[in-house]
Design a protein around this ligand. Structure first.
Ligand SMILES: Nc1nc2c(c(=O)[nH]1)N[C@H]1C(S)=C(S)[C@@H](COP(=O)(O)O)O[C@H]1N2
Ligand SMILES: [Mo]
Length: 585
């Protein structure tokens, strides 16, 4: 295996080959095991049965009609007329200077643009594990929402096989199992979204505009009720008075979107991080568990989309031209200038999205590098110093633990070792160490043993709790004594990483490997590690996502930097699927 000089790397596939392989495998592949995401395939579980969301949409439509009829009847009744007269649906906020201030107009525009990218890339992430659960375990059949059929039970079904394909019209970048690329967009635009939010909040809290948003008087509740009845009975107040003064329902809705939905999106997003969850047990508990946080994250997205649709409909119904002047130019005229600007913005956002899809498929490495240098740095800053330490109880162990890989080991060498129950197995530890060793499984088992019950976080979205027993990596470090120049350790697998045949590998920093919970595991849930989960040896590095936990380890090499091996991005997924090499979320 790789015994190469730094910088000279005969194993490296060419970048053009990698780019081409990515396009062929992930975008142009035929529909087969990886069906397209389609509304007809979305099912929601009630009790034991799954129902098509068409039912839900049908019920929602019927309920909508019932609500409109009820509102109309109530508004025409004596009681209703009295109520509407007492609490008129009129602008509530104190008179403010006409027109939207510049900070609202600009942050509004940017937030819209950023959210389009965040939602599209988020849907792409969802397509990589198209099931949502309420329990942290992710047992097939127990999901509350799924975007494809049930998990086959007659064969091993990996999470990778479970991924579905998204059209680039919906997902960014589209295709299937392009989660690495989707995450680059998602996280970089998350940062822009948060920064915009901070600028907005800074302005908001230092100007009187705050009072148009913060509900301060209980009378807003009946007033919002009155507005609800008014809108539901299909009476839309004209925008003549200028929508920069909000009525009660508007104020409450905007308040909820800005002060509840947006923070919830950020907090639930963070609750999916292995670095955070496995350091602070209380954090995912804020939402129940990691999967509830993920479900809320999805529902927040859906609420943003619904809000957007309702918001646009009302903007159009209550004086489109004047409203658009308000929100683009800050004026209150009836001319079409705002409308023209709005069209221009929509065209630019569409053009950016078209470009983003193309760029994702043609310059994937550039995107990955930019993301490593920005998002990766920030993740490091936030999480790299915290050692994971959370442990669960035996009773928390997941009844089902998704297997995940593209290929099982199938080399003659591995077959021979497996046939002999790994008696001939020698873990080769070499590279920049004072004391290179070759260890049999019996020797490894005779060294210090540690067991831990931890939560596994797969990049695709599923999680599971298992007990892992094995050799603390720090003990191995003491044995082999890495040289001062050794900053990374490479873990090579017996298995290929994908169809292209290159072997699976990944790398870890010395800091991560010294964490007390970093293990070379040979037991799972008190029994010998099953082949499916990495026998004879697999990694546990609990502050990192699952793909960094190499299974079927054949050798470990200490190097100066992972750049010296293969395509130089730090691992098989980093090389071939353009994942970030720091993945603490
Ligand atoms: N050799 C090898 N190791 C691997 C993988 C793989 O494809 N090949 N998949 C990784 C991923 S993406 C995850 S989530 C975990 C899954 O471990 P499990 O199969 O025990 O659940 O293994 C990791 N280790
Ligand atoms: Mo994974």
């Amino acid at each position: 295996m790789p015994e190469v000089e730094p910088g000279k790397n005969p194993d490296a596939p060419s970048e053009a080959e990698l780019q081409d392989e990515f396009l062929q495998e992930k975008l142009l592949g035929e529909e087969g095991v990886h069906p397209r995401m389609r509304l007809t395939r979305v099912h929601i579980r009630l009790g034991r049965r799954f129902f098509s969301v068409w039912w839900l949409l049908g019920i929602a439509t019927v309920m909508g009609i019932v609500l409109v009829v009820a509102a109309k009847l109530y508004a025409a009744s004596g009681d209703g007329r009295g109520f509407l007269a007492r609490h008129a649906c009129v602008p509530l906020s104190p008179p403010v200077p006409a027109g939207m201030p510049a900070f609202v107009r600009w942050t509004h525009l940017l937030t819209f643009f950023f959210l389009v990218i965040i939602v599209r890339s988020g849907l792409q992430v969802l397509a990589d594990h198209p099931r949502l659960y309420t329990k942290v375990h992710c047992t097939p059949g127990r999901e509350w929402l799924r975007f494809r059929g049930p998990v086959p039970t007659d064969r091993v079904w990996t999470a990778k096989e479970d991924t579905i394909t998204l059209t680039p019209l919906v997902g960014l970048p589209g295709g299937r199992h392009t989660i690495g690329v989707a995450r680059h967009w998602h996280f970089s635009f998350d940062i822009l979204f948060v920064l915009t939010g901070i600028v907005y909040a800074a302005f908001l809290f230092s100007t009187p505009w705050l009072h148009r948003l913060l509900p301060t008087h209980a009378s807003i509740v009946p007033a919002a009720g009155s507005c609800t009845v008014t809108y539901l009975s299909l009476h839309f107040p004209s925008g003549a008075s200028g929508y920069f003064r909000y009525d009660a329902l508007q104020q409450l809705t905007y308040f909820a979107v800005i002060f509840i939905l947006a923070p919830l999106a950020i907090l639930t997003g963070l609750a999916m991080s292995p670095a955070l969850d496995n350091r602070y047990r209380w954090y995912p508990r804020l939402f129940g568990n990691r999967q509830i946080a993920r479900s809320i994250h999805f529902l927040v997205m859906a609420s943003f989309v619904l809000f957007f649709l309702g918001h646009m409909a009302l903007v159009a119904l209550t004086g489109f031209a004047a409203n658009l002047n308000d929100i683009t130019l800050g004026t209150n005229h009836d001319n079409l200038n705002g409308f023209a600007l709005w069209l221009l913005v929509i065209a630019l956002v569409i053009a950016f999205n078209v470009w983003a899809v193309r760029f994702s498929w043609t310059h994937t490495r550039v995107l990955q590098r930019i993301s490593n240098a920005t998002v990766g740095r920030l993740m490091d800053l936030l999480f790299d110093h915290s050692a994971p330490r959370v442990e669960y109880r035996r009773s928390d162990i997941s009844p089902y633990f998704w297997p995940n890989h593209a290929r099982l080991p199938d080399s003659p060498e591995w077959r021979q070792l497996a046939g002999d129950d790994f008696r001939g197995y020698r873990l080769k530890v070499h590279g920049l160490v004072e004391n290179p060793v070759e260890l049999s499984l019996a020797e490894i088992e005779a060294m210090r043993k540690q067991a831990q019950i931890t939560l596994h976080h797969c990049i695709q979205g599923w999680s599971g709790i298992a007990e892992w027993g094995g050799l603390p990596f720090s003990t191995l470090i003491e044995l082999v004594r890495p040289l001062p120049d050794a900053q990374w350790a490479m873990f090579y697998s017996f298995a290929a990483g994908g169809e292209s045949g290159g072997r699976y590998y990944d790398s870890h920093s010395m800091r991560d490997l010294r964490h007390p919970q970093s293990l070379l595991a040979y037991e799972m849930n008190g029994e010998r590690l099953p082949v499916l989960h990495g026998r004879p040896l697999r990694l546990r590095v609990e502050n990192q996502l699952g793909f960094k936990h190499v299974k079927w380890i054949s050798e470990i090499e200490f190097v100066h930097h992972f750049r010296e091996r293969y395509a130089g991005q730090g691992g098989y997924n980093e090389d071939h699927e353009f994942f970030g090499y720091r993945d603490e979320i």
